[in-house]
Design a protein around this ligand. Structure first.
Ligand code: NI
Length: 180
């Protein structure tokens, strides 16, 4: 069983800004390890700490490049450019996805679990995962990234999702759709 239950839209923890991490220690490493296990079981390609109810600026990810799960602490986007549309889903908004336009290329900085500075130039898919996870640390869900018109319909779909959750079987990721 996954160490954590993933928080679902409607949970206030998903709407709060997470706090900067000041101590990188064994407890944090354990948190990251448990988050990665939760992410793999979902399955997803990224998971931010608020999604497991922890208000810290940290996320784990594995974009399938063969390097396994990695952790980014206190991540910040230094530069963003271009535009890229991509069908985006979220583990905290199960069963729903939307095409969302975001910058295509980003320069991301942060710390790893050893406290070393990390600097990453990412594009397209990888950049998308980082931007989605960073949004979670700021209390932003993908609904806010939709334009006005799509947002109304999306809000309705999310309300139905929240109402139907008791009866409905948990929605599983469609094949090929990335969930964060
Ligand atoms: Ni998400």
């Amino acid at each position: 069983m996954a160490p954590y239950e993933i928080r679902i839209v409607g949970d206030p923890v998903l709407r709060q800004r997470a706090e900067e991490i000041t101590d990188i220690d064994g407890r944090l490493a354990r948190l990251a390890e448990d988050m990665a296990a939760t992410m793999y079981e979902a399955p997803g390609v990224g998971l931010a700490a608020p999604q497991v109810g922890v208000q810290k600026r940290l996320f784990v990810y594995d974009t399938g490049d063969g390097q396994g799960a990695r952790t980014l602490i206190n991540p910040e986007i230094r530069e963003a450019s271009g535009e890229w549309a991509f069908e985006e889903g979220c583990l905290s908004v199960p069963g729903l996805s939307w095409e969302i336009l975001r910058p295509r290329d980003i320069h991301l900085v942060g710390l790893d679990l050893d406290g070393n500075e990390v600097s990453i130039e990412a594009s397209e898919y990888e950049a998308r995962v980082f931007q989605h996870e960073l949004d979670h640390l700021d209390g932003v869900l993908l609904l806010e990234r939709l334009d006005e018109d799509s947002r109304k319909a999306a809000r309705r779909a999310v309300r139905e999702l929240m109402l139907g959750r008791q009866e409905a079987a948990p929605a599983k990721a469609a094949r090929g759709l990335s969930l964060h």
